[in-house]
Design a protein around this ligand. Structure first.
Ligand code: URA
Length: 188
């Protein structure tokens, strides 16, 4: 088993968050290859993801796939993960201790994949990958370059557009901006 599969196996056996272990059908490791140069970081699996075992396969995922396709970005070139690998009951927000418990798994995924571009989707991805106290409404669609050259490109969470349609245009526009960035970086 390679390191990636070992990590998937370790995650599938995790029992750190008592409530999530009880409520999950399965863990949701992530979707994509470890060779991906772009990584998306969402929040946590929802009901569809919990059932299927793949992130962003429900309505939010469909909206994201459409915006991605519209911008000419193939989903296959991205590794998609979440801050939590288990579905919180009733899709409640991740708790701070759950985020802490799961952070080593996300960090391990980043360490293996070594993405050149990281796209935090929504508040939880942004807080975990960039820093707290940033507002997604202030930083979405703007590349932030870290000292080591890794570029963060935060976006609204696609589920936001399901609840509030005004975010739909922002998401469509930001995906087009992401495509331009990928072209500039020679990745698309
Ligand atoms: N929302 C997320 O943040 N992640 C998923 O995988 C699905 C919905």
């Amino acid at each position: 088993m390679g390191v990636f599969e070992e990590l998937r196996d370790e995650i599938s056996k995790c029992t750190r968050c008592v409530e999530l272990v009880k409520s999950r059908t399965q863990t949701v490791f992530g979707d994509g290859t470890p060779e991906a140069e772009i990584m998306f970081v969402g929040e946590a699996p929802g009901a569809d993801e919990d059932r299927v075992g793949i992130p962003f396969v429900g309505r939010a995922g469909q909206l994201m796939n459409d915006a991605m396709k519209n911008a000419g970005i193939p989903r296959s070139m991205i590794f998609i993960a979440n801050t939590l690998k288990c579905r919180p009951p009733e899709n409640r927000n991740p708790l701070p201790e759950e985020l802490e418990n799961c952070s080593k798994f996300l960090a391990a995924q980043v360490a293996i994949i070594k993405p050149k571009i990281i796209v935090p989707l929504g508040k939880f991805g942004l807080e975990r990958m960039v820093k707290k106290d940033l507002k997604i409404s202030d930083v979405h669609g703007k590349p932030l370059k870290r000292k080591d050259g890794v570029i963060f490109f935060p976006m609204f969470h696609p589920a936001a557009a399901l609840h509030q349609p005004k975010y739909r245009e922002d998401i469509i526009t930001d995906f087009k901006k992401l495509a331009k960035l990928l072209k500039r970086e020679g990745l698309l």
